[in-house]
Design a protein around this ligand. Structure first.
Ligand SMILES: [Zn+2]
Length: 49
């Protein structure tokens, strides 16, 4: 049982972030890297804080 130190440090991009659509202006929350607007399905979105 000498696996100490290797059980963390794994970063999975599952953090929910706030996005705003540049096309229709809708704000929504999503996760991952392939984000598209749930209203107009545009991929022209930006991350906001
Ligand atoms: Zn949109």
């Amino acid at each position: 049982m000498c696996s100490v130190g290797d059980s963390f440090g794994v970063e999975i991009d599952t953090e929910v972030r706030q996005y705003e659509c540049n096309n229709c202006g809708k704000t929504f929350k999503s996760l991952g890297s392939a984000v598209s607007c749930p209203k107009c399905y545009s991929k022209d979105v930006k991350q906001v804080d």
